[in-house]
Write a protein that binds this ligand. Structure first.
Ligand code: ADP
Ligand code: MG
Length: 686
C-alpha cells in the first residue's frame, strides 16, 4: 500500500495521473540519445551509458540528503553523474551496468540525474558503436522515463495491465489523411511503441505519433494566424511621406544594402494592410536589422501613431535607445527609454507622454508590457532577439492596442533554415537579411590549443591594443566552481590576465552577476574606449556594438555551441578594421568538427545547417521557448519531411474547413482544444 502511494506520487510527478496519460507516457526514443561528450551546461538530455565507477559519499552524520556519485561513459567520452536520495542504487548499478539516464548537465559538467533505467544493451552498444552511430535498433523492451519512486520496469508492468484501454483510444485523424500519409491508427501506433516486437511497426507507430503532433502544432499556428487576421484590426499605414523620405535620403550614415531595401519594401506592404503584421526578420549578427526596424517605427510615427521596441536586457535596451537616437539625429523625433531602473519621476513623465501620444518612440525591456504602460496609438511594436522572450511576453505587446492591434516585427539573429522556421514560427511571415553591409570584414577564426596557441592569441590582443584597437576575452563561467577544474572563469581570468599576459592594459570585467551600476560602468568604459579589453561571460553575446573591437579570444570554446560561438564572434568585425577570433580549446574528437566549422564558415545559415547535421537532432538553439509546445515525439531536423507533410496537410484542412466543423474534422478540433485549449484561448483573446 505504502509502495503504491510512492508509485502513484512518482507517476504523478511525471504528469501521469490517469490510464489515458499512462498510455501517452512514451518510452525513450533512441533517436533522442545524446553523447555525453556533446552535452552543454544547462542542457537536459537522455544518454545511454555504462557505469565505470561508483564513488561512495555522504558523511556518516548526513541523514537527509544522500548523493551517489558515479562516473559514466559512452563512445563520446566520460562524465561524472550524481543521483540524489537513492543510496540503494549503489548496490543496483555496479560498475559495468548499462543505463539510460535522463538529466541535466550542470555548470560544473556534472550530469544531475532525475530519471534512470537499466539498459542491458547499453554495455555492448557502448563498446561497439562507432562515433556518430548512436541511433541503434529499438530494444526488445521499452524503457520509460522514470523517476524517484517508480522505475521503468514498474511503468512497463502498469502499461501491460492498461493495455485493454487501448481499445478506447480516440482516433482524431480523418481516415483520408491517414490513408494518404500511410499512417497506422492511433491505438495500433501506441501498442507498437509500448509493446515492441515488430521493429517496423514500432517505427511506423512513432512516425504516426510524430506526424499527429506536428499536424496539431501546425493547425494551431495556422489557426492562430487566420484568426488574428480576421478578428484584429491594425492601423493601415499608407504610402511614405516626408519624414521617412528625407530620413532615408539624407539621415543615414551609410547606404542601405539591397536586402535592407527589400525588407523595407516588404514591411511597406504589410503596414499598408488593416490586418496586423506578424513578421520575423532573421538576419546574421551585424546584418543591420536595427535600421530596418527603425524604418517601420518611423512609418508609424509619420502616420501619427507611436512605436515601441522591446529588448531582452536592460543593457541592450539602453544601447538601442542610444543607437536609435543617433540614427534619428537628422529628425526631431525623440526616443524614450523605459526599463526597471528608470527613475520614478522620469518614468511618470514618460508614461504620461506615451498615454497622450506626445512620446512617439519608446525603447524598453519587459517594463514596457507592464499594465500601467498605455499608449495613445501604438501602431508598430518591434521585439528584438525575440527568442529570448517567452511566447506570452511576445504577444503581450498586442494587448497594448488602443486604436487597433499593433503591427509586430520580431527580430532574430538565430539563423535557422527556412523549413525549420515553419515549425517554430509557422504563424509568422519571414524576411531574411542574408548579406552583411559592404565594407564589413569577415572575422578570421582560428582554433588553437592551450599553451603556445593561447600565448600567441594574447600576443595578438596586445598587438591590437598597441594599434589602438580593443578586444574581448570570453569565458564560460563567472567564477571558478571547483578547485583544479580545467574551465576558465571570468573573475579569475580577469585577475590572472591583469597580472600576466595583459599586464599594463586597461581591463574591465562584465558578467551577469554584477550589480547594475557595475555592469553599466564596465560597458560605458569599453564603449568609450577607456578600456582596452573586456573580460566577460556570454553576456556580450547580444547587442554590444563597439566597432573598434577587433580581437576576440574565447576560452574553453568547446563549452559553447556553434550558434553561440557565431553570435559571440559577431561582436568583432563591426568596423573598418580586419578582425579575428581565436577559439581556445583542448583537442577533443567529438568537438573538433564543431570548432573547425566556425573556422571554415562565416555564413550563419550554413553554420546552422552544419550544427543540425553534427547534432543529428536535439534541441535547436534558441527555439525552445518559441514553439507552440515542446515536441515530445517528433524530432527536428530528423523529422523535417514529416513536418513538411504535416504542414501541407494542415494547410489543406484549413483551406477546406477553417473552423474544423466538418464531421470528419470534429474529433480533430476536439483534440486540438484538449491539447492546446487553455493556451489557444488566451492567445486568441490577446
Ligand atoms: P544586427 O542585425 O546584428 O542587429 P545592427 O543593426 O546592430 O545589426 O547593425 C550592425 C552595424 O552595422 C551597426 O553599427 C550599423 O550601424 C551598421 N550598419 C547597418 N546597416 C548598414 C549598411 N547598410 N552599411 C553599413 N553599415 C551598416
Ligand atoms: Mg541587433
Amino acid at each position: 500500500k505504502h509502495a503504491n502511494a510512492r508509485v502513484r506520487a512518482g507517476l504523478s510527478s511525471l504528469g501521469v495521473d490517469s490510464v489515458g496519460e499512462l498510455l501517452e507516457h512514451l518510452p525513450t526514443d533512441r533517436r533522442q540519445l545524446r553523447g555525453v561528450g556533446d552535452l552543454k551546461p544547462g542542457e537536459r538530455a537522455t544518454v545511454c551509458v555504462c557505469v565505470d565507477a561508483l564513488h561512495a559519499s555522504g558523511r556518516p552524520g548526513q541523514r537527509v540528503h544522500s548523493v551517489l556519485k558515479a562516473t559514466v561513459s559512452d563512445h563520446t567520452g566520460s562524465i561524472p553523474a550524481v543521483f540524489f536520495n537513492q543510496p540503494w542504487l549503489a548496490r543496483r548499478y555496479a560498475p559495468g551496468t548499462g543505463l539510460l539516464l535522463e538529466g541535466k548537465l550542470d555548470d560544473k559538467g556534472v550530469l544531475r540525474v532525475w530519471s534512470h533505467a537499466l539498459d542491458p544493451d547499453a554495455t555492448a552498444r557502448t563498446a561497439l558503436t562507432a562515433v556518430g552511430a548512436v541511433r541503434a535498433q529499438p530494444p526488445a523492451i521499452a524503457h520509460y522515463p522514470a523517476t524517484f519512486g517508480v522505475s521503468s520496469t514498474q511503468i512497463a508492468a502498469l502499461l501491460r495491465r492498461a493495455r485493454p484501454a487501448l481499445a478506447d483510444v480516440v482516433e482524431p485523424l480523418p481516415a483520408a489523411v491517414r490513408v494518404a500519409a500511410q499512417l497506422p491508427d492511433r491505438a495500433a501506433a501506441l501498442a507498437a511503441v509500448h509493446f515492441p516486437g515488430d521493429e517496423g511497426a514500432a517505427i511506423a507507430g512513432r512516425r504516426r505519433l510524430a506526424f499527429e503532433e506536428l499536424l496539431f502544432a501546425q493547425l494551431l499556428l495556422l489557426r492562430r494566424r487566420a484568426q488574428r487576421r480576421v478578428r484584429l484590426a491594425a492601423p493601415a499605414l499608407g504610402g511614405r511621406s516626408a519624414l521617412t523620405d528625407s530620413w532615408l535620403a539624407t539621415g543615414l550614415p551609410f547606404s542601405l544594402t539591397d536586402d535592407q531595401t527589400d525588407a523595407m519594401h516588404e514591411l511597406d506592404c504589410d503596414l499598408a494592410r488593416a490586418q496586423p503584421m506578424q513578421r520575423l526578420l532573421i538576419g546574421e549578427v551585424g546584418s543591420g536589422k536595427t535600421v530596418v526596424a527603425l524604418y517601420a517605427m518611423l512609418r508609424a510615427v509619420e502616420g501619427g501613431h507611436q512605436a515601441a521596441l522591446m529588448a531582452p536586457t536592460e543593457a541592450l535596451a539602453e544601447q538601442h535607445a542610444t543607437t536609435l537616437a543617433a540614427l534619428l539625429a537628422s529628425t526631431t523625433v525623440p526616443v524614450g527609454l523605459l526599463t526597471s531602473s528608470t527613475a520614478t519621476g522620469a518614468r511618470r513623465r514618460l508614461l504620461a507622454a506615451l498615454r497622450d501620444g506626445s512620446a512617439p518612440i519608446v525603447v524598453g525591456t519587459h517594463a514596457l508590457i507592464e499594465p500601467d504602460v498605455q499608449f495613445a496609438s501604438l501602431a508598430v511594436a518591434v521585439v528584438d532577439e525575440q527568442h529570448r522572450f517567452g511566447v506570452g511576453q511576445r504577444v503581450a505587446l498586442d494587448g497594448k492596442r488602443t486604436t487597433g492591434t499593433p503591427h509586430v516585427l520580431h527580430l532574430s539573429a538565430t539563423p535557422i533554415p527556412r523549413t525549420l522556421a515553419l515549425a517554430v514560427y509557422g504563424d509568422l511571415d519571414v524576411t531574411t537579411l542574408r548579406g552583411l553591409p559592404a565594407g564589413r570584414q569577415p572575422v578570421v577564426t582560428r582554433v588553437v590549443a592551450p599553451g603556445p596557441g593561447r600565448r600567441d592569441a594574447y600576443g595578438r590582443v596586445r598587438a591590437a591594443i598597441a594599434e589602438g584597437r580593443q578586444a574581448y576575452v570570453v569565458c564560460p563561467l563567472v567564477a571558478e566552481a571547483t578547485e583544479g577544474q580545467q574551465v576558465r572563469a571570468a573573475e579569475t581570468e580577469f585577475a590572472r590576465l591583469a597580472a600576466g599576459e595583459l599586464a599594463g592594459c586597461r581591463l574591465v570585467l562584465l558578467h551577469g552577476q554584477l550589480a547594475g551600476p557595475a555592469k553599466r560602468a564596465a560597458m560605458a568604459a569599453f564603449v568609450a574606449g577607456e578600456a582596452d579589453v573586456m573580460v566577460a561571460t556570454t553576456v556580450v553575446e547580444v547587442g554590444i556594438d563597439v566597432p573598434n573591437a577587433t580581437v576576440m579570444v574565447i576560452e574553453n570554446a568547446e563549452r559553447f555551441g556553434i550558434s553561440q560561438l557565431h553570435q559571440l564572434r559577431g561582436r568583432v568585425g563591426r568596423g573598418q578594421h580586419a578582425a579575428e577570433c581565436v577559439l581556445v580549446s583542448a583537442k577533443h574528437p567529438s568537438r573538433g568538427p564543431r570548432l573547425q566549422a566556425l573556422a571554415d564558415h562565416t555564413d550563419g545559415f550554413r553554420l546552422a545547417e552544419i550544427d543540425l547535421q553534427l547534432r543529428g537532432g536535439g534541441e535547436l538553439a534558441g527555439t525552445r521557448q518559441s514553439g507552440p509546445e515542446a515536441l515530445r515525439v517528433a524530432r527536428l531536423p530528423d523529422d523535417l519531411q514529416l513536418l513538411e507533410a504535416a504542414r501541407a496537410c494542415a494547410q489543406e484542412i484549413m483551406r477546406k474547413d477553417p473552423d474544423l466543423g466538418a464531421p470528419e474534422h470534429v474529433l480533430l478540433g476536439e483534440e486540438l482544444g484538449a491539447r492546446f485549449g487553455q493556451r489557444a484561448r488566451t492567445r486568441l483573446a490577446a
